[in-house]
Design a protein around this ligand. Structure first.
Ligand SMILES: N[C@@H](CCC(=O)N[C@@H](CS)C(=O)NCC(=O)O)C(=O)O
Length: 233
């Protein structure tokens, strides 16, 4: 009997991607909620001693960390079969595209979005500008691939979609934290088609928190980051 646990915090975009990948593969797993504020648990420090961050996948007692590594691990540990879908497209070139966009989303887009919550001043102003540019870059990327969608590369979900799924609940938070508005369907039709399709999927709904809850949480956390000890010395 396999034992699969995912260490996460509910707001973590990277954890949402791992949870969706597990659900797409049909793998039963336990969600283990870590502290969203210090202190970190011994369990987290032991299982991810290098980065000390969530998400961590623990498969039969063995920890795997860094969400892109976890996603690749899930694809390899539960390989495609008649009953298990692949998270990668069929051709080597399309697989490279899916990995390329998953990497861009993970290292650029989501990290820029998190700066809207954590950073102030010039860094915040730069992030506000960059995140809108990156949204448009993804629209252009989808159009260059040339498929109708609704997924990033076409009619099947792949790593690029799994990496981007945190945008489903985080979009209103990014807009509020950055005091910005992403381009609408008239300018970014493929991105909005993607968002509309992803919002309807039961595995997505199960893997992301409600957008309203997240907006309140991120606004509170930003206030806390700005002034960790209100009224304190
Ligand atoms: N590159 C990592 C990023 C993970 C990450 O930033 N995790 C955040 C939550 S979203 C975290 O654990 N932050 C707590 C900390 O860094 O102390 C990945 O893709 O897994």
């Amino acid at each position: 009997m396999e034992e699969v646990k995912l260490l996460l915090i509910r707001s973590s975009p990277f954890a949402m991607s791992c949870a969706l990948a597990l659900r797409q593969k049909g793998i039963k797993f336990e969600e283990v909620h870590e502290n969203s504020l210090p202190p970190k648990t011994d369990r987290l420090l032991r299982s991810n001693p290098v980065y000390k961050q969530v998400p961590v996948l623990i498969h039969n007692g063995k920890p795997v960390s860094q969400s892109l590594v976890i996603l690749e691990y899930i694809e390899e540990a539960w390989p495609p079969s008649d009953t298990t879908p692949s998270l990668l497209p069929g051709s080597a070139y399309d697989r490279s595209l899916s990995r390329f966009w998953a990497d861009f989303i993970n290292k650029k887009f989501i990290e820029t979005g998190l700066k809207l919550m954590k950073r102030f001043g010039e860094e915040h102003a730069t992030a506000r500008k960059e995140i809108v540019e990156q949204f448009i870059t993804m629209e252009e990327g989808m159009r260059a691939i040339g498929s109708e969608g609704p997924y990033f590369l076409g009619d099947k979900m792949s790593l690029a979609d799994v990496a981007l799924v945190p945008l489903v609940p985080w979009l209103p938070s990014f807009e509020a934290l950055g005091e910005l508005k992403f381009p609408g369907p008239e300018q970014c039709g493929r991105m909005h088609k993607w968002l509309d399709a992803m919002r309807e999927l039961p595995n997505v709904v199960a893997s992301v928190p409600p957008a309203d809850w997240l907006s309140q949480y991120t606004a509170t956390l930003r206030r806390f980051i700005a002034e960790p000890y209100p009224g304190g010395a």
